[in-house]
Design a protein around this ligand. Structure first.
Ligand code: AMO
Length: 444
């Protein structure tokens, strides 16, 4: 008889649909099935509390000793139980367990670090060595929830403005950003490169008639920088827009995105922002300062000398400090970079041919964007390529587009990891990268 009852209850259980922990308040059924990992086991001798963690949250299971005798931390389990309101339980709901099944065994002797304690900080290198275990910690997973929502906001904002998403080749034939920071790849019997940016392709697609495009994809930089803000592989949020008036239209577009993003994150990531004690303002108005003016401010206010035609890491921090104090804003656009510091595709300024119609966006002491208007005239672009000491024939595939009525256009790119890092006030870009690639790290 006991055997029959067991079979009967198993059939009943098979009809149950899995409920996510975040949905517990909404489901009407008393008996429910949950799945997840064993987050914590609290043995109170007469009763055992097991904290179950799934992708959406943590809930308390009330078990008897027999049910948990084989359980270990981080086992993957399937649980059937009844839902009970209990004020004393975290979240006000707990599950009285009928049955627990281990669906994912464990084989460790000791966990590399505690998953269930937020108090003990784990060294970043250890986290990265054991990335999948580190990501089980809710406060680390939260970073990627926010990152995911940044991507969603970027996509939705641009789609609302009539942009189309594109995917372009990452194995390419020539440098886009100039310099020698390219990874080479054996491409059958030839040498090729990993794209530093989708720059040429996004411009070409504007010319191809898409007019407004965006791409979310990896970019590769063989930079010899092993710092808190550099990766050798990062995700670039790229935008390119045809028929623009000037570079200020692009800054308006990016400012609009930041405002849209903050609203979106306040709506979708409340819990995660609270974990990191982040309050995002309702409205952001970003000041625009010419680079030469920024140099003057840095010198006069902070006695800080800047490199010619650029701003260094210390300058980025100081100009952010200035803007925060003067405008109460975490962002600043720096405009009108000199020709000598921008790639060959950048449009020279109308008034001063030594300057360009380009900009950077600095966010809380770190450059997160470069952008600008591009040269759209075929002859001018070809001449500029020559002026840069490059051979136009190497760029035939790119230049072709410009022969057939290329509209005035421009765009920008935002580093996804840098943006995530700055929103959550993290101290190292690797924290905002699922599986970082830097000069030393090629695994996991
Ligand atoms: P740029 O080279 O300035 O411009 O890159 C744009 C943005 O990408 C991010 N970024 C990086 N993030 C992490 N690690 C790196 N090594 C790294 N390098 C760049 C930064 C940076 O601001 N084609 C132009 C964009 C354009 O004009 O549309 C470009 O790639 O956030």
């Amino acid at each position: 008889m006991a055997q029959l009852e067991k079979i009967f209850s198993m059939d009943e259980n098979e009809k149950l649909e899995r409920v996510f922990i975040s949905e517990l308040r909404l489901v009407k059924e008393e008996t429910i099935m949950l799945r997840g990992w064993v987050h914590k086991i609290i043995d109170l001798s007469h009763v055992v509390f097991v904290k179950l963690r799934d992708k959406s949250g943590i809930v308390q299971l009330v078990c008897d000793k027999d049910q948990v005798k084989d359980l270990r931390l981080e086992n993957a389990i399937e649980v059937i139980g009844t839902k009970c309101e209990n004020e004393k339980a975290p979240g006000g709901i707990e599950i009285t367990v009928k049955d627990i099944k281990i669906v994912g065994a464990t084989y460790y002797e000791k966990l590399p670090f505690e998953v269930n304690s937020f108090k003990n900080k784990v060294a970043l290198e250890t986290q990265l060595d054991h990335r999948t275990i580190a990501l089980r910690r809710p406060e680390i997973r939260a970073i990627f929830k926010v990152q995911n929502e940044i991507e969603t906001a970027f996509r939705n904002y641009l789609k609302e403005k009539n942009f189309e998403q594109i995917h372009t080749a990452k194995i390419i034939d020539s440098s886009t950003e100039g310099g020698s920071e390219m990874f080479t790849v054996n491409y059958f019997d030839r040498r090729s490169f990993l794209a530093q940016s989708p720059q040429f392709y996004k411009q070409m697609m504007v010319g191809a008639g898409f007019e407004r495009v965006f791409e979310i994809g990896h970019a590769y930089r063989a930079e010899l920088h092993n710092t808190w803000r550099h990766l050798n592989e990062y995700v670039s949020l790229d935008v390119e827009m045809g028929f623009i008036k000037d570079e200020y239209e692009l800054m308006d577009l990016e400012e609009g995105f930041i405002n849209y993003l903050y609203k979106h994150l306040n709506k979708t990531c409340q819990k995660e922002l609270e974990m990191y004690k982040i309050e995002l303002p309702d409205k952001v108005k970003i000041p625009r300062i010419r680079l030469d003016e920024a140099h003057k401010i840095l010198l006069e206010k902070y006695n800080k000398k800047s490199p010619i035609g650029n701003i260094d890491a210390e300058g980025e921090v100081l100009i952010s400090k200035y803007v925060k104090e003067k405008y109460n804003c975490d962002f600043v656009f720096l405009t009108k970079y000199p020709v000598s510091k921008r790639p060959m595709y950048t449009m020279p300024d109308d008034e001063d041919k030594n300057l360009t119609k380009s900009f950077d966006l600095i966010f809380d002491g770190l450059e997160i964007t470069t952008g600008g208007q591009r040269i759209n005239d075929y002859k001018m672009l070809k001449e500029n390529i020559e002026k840069f000491g490059l051979n136009p024939e190497d760029f035939d595939f790119y230049l072709e587009t410009f022969k057939y009525g290329m509209p005035p256009h421009g765009g920008f790119a935002i580093g996804l990891e840098r943006l995530t890092m700055k929103i959550l006030k993290l101290s190292n870009i690797r924290e905002a990268t699922l599986v970082p690639r830097d000069m030393k790290r090629l695994t996991p």
